[in-house]
Design a protein around this ligand. Structure first.
Ligand code: COA
Length: 309
């Protein structure tokens, strides 16, 4: 009979199985470097895993980040996953409970998939939610085309060519919590391309990062813009930064349902509107206090494991 053991903060090899399996079975879009990024840049980070005893063969995982701010610590739970053959055998819940015990009475957030959202609310108190879900709209790159005309009211620059204080000040209009120390490392991650969009007076009106992720996909995370015209300039110029962007398989926005612009934008870049597919994906959930977000500016969450915007 197979026996199991729990390993907290296992070697990278275990995380690589998580990235690969969650991509294959759930279509999640993470990078191999995310483990190192989270461990190095949050105030504390736990990756709790179950493996087949005596091996590093993944059975189950869940991650927890502690991110301190002016409003106290915010915990976030992500990467909750049980390998298909072990689902429903009770191996998932104890590790979920373990990270909830660490989070204690502090505010805690997660993005719950449709089938689990209610369970998180009922069993673990994640019942402070915005009224909307987050949708995922995607398009195959083979069906993508840069429109002949995009707005000439905006220009974009590499993130490293704009004033970092201005960029982080803009970010405070997106995320009320200070992400200054997280932003540089996430822009510096391997296989990512970041750009900032500015209006004619040089004011920052959005920024975005395209990440190369598993299954040869492009993942815009994050992607923010004050309006759709700025967003179309950002999208065009970001794509142009990715060598041979047409050779990737797909591109998709994960965005609040109440914002119609991400879908309109994708349709504008699609050979035909019918080639864009959309589904309900996740809900942002908190245990103690819902942190509001400017949903009309959000085209893509920064990270659906450990960020809520
Ligand atoms: C979610 C997941 C980790 C649960 O793993 P599991 O092996 O079923 O875990 P457990 O057997 O310990 O069950 C945990 C609880 O979740 C419930 N649950 C599991 N899958 C469920 C589903 N599809 N719908 C509703 N409830 C579900 C179980 O009924 C159980 O509740 P109970 O204790 O009240 O009986 C697993 O189904 C999975 O990996 N799914 C794909 C990845 C995913 O969606 N993760 C969640 C991201 S937010």
């Amino acid at each position: 009979m197979v026996e199991f053991e729990t390993i907290v903060n296992p070697p990278q090899e275990v995380f690589e199985q998580i990235v690969k399996l969650t991509s294959e079975t759930e279509d999640w879009a993470f990078q191999l470097n995310d483990y190192n990024f989270w461990s190095s840049n949050f105030d504390q980070f736990w990756l709790v895993t179950v493996v087949e005893k005596g091996t590093l063969n993944l059975v189950a995982s869940v991650s927890l980040a502690r991110w301190d701010g002016e409003d106290g610590p915010l915990f976030s739970v992500g990467m909750y996953y049980v390998v298909q053959k072990y689902r429903g055998t009770g191996l998932g819940k104890p590790i979920f409970q373990k990270v909830m015990d660490i989070a204690g009475d502090n505010n805690c957030t997660l993005t719950g998939v449709v089938k689990m959202s209610e369970k998180y609310a009922k069993d673990f108190g994640f019942d402070k939610c915005p009224p909307h879900w987050h949708l995922f709209s995607s398009l195959k790159l083979a069906d993508f085309v840069i429109p002949e005309k995009v707005s000439d009211k905006y220009t974009s620059k590499k993130w490293s060519d704009v004033d970092y204080d201005a960029l982080t000040a803009y970010d405070r209009t997106i995320c009320t919590r200070d992400r200054k120390k997280l932003m540089t490392p996430w822009f510096n991650l391997k296989d990512t391309f970041s750009r900032v969009v500015l209006d004619q007076s040089g004011n920052i009106v959005g920024y975005g990062t395209i990440r190369l992720v598993t299954k040869n996909r492009l993942s815009p995370a994050p992607f923010y813009a004050d309006n759709i015209e700025a967003a179309e300039v950002l999208l065009e110029e970001l794509l142009e930064m990715v060598p041979n962007w047409q050779s990737y398989t797909s591109f998709g926005f994960l965005y609040p349902e109440c914002n119609k612009d991400p879908l309109t934008l994708l349709e504008k870049f699609a050979k035909s509107k019918e080639s864009v597919s959309t589904g309900v994906f996740i809900r942002s959930q908190f245990t103690k206090k819902l942190i509001p977000t400017p949903d009309h500016k959000v085209y893509g969450l920064a990270d659906c494991a450990h960020q809520y915007v």
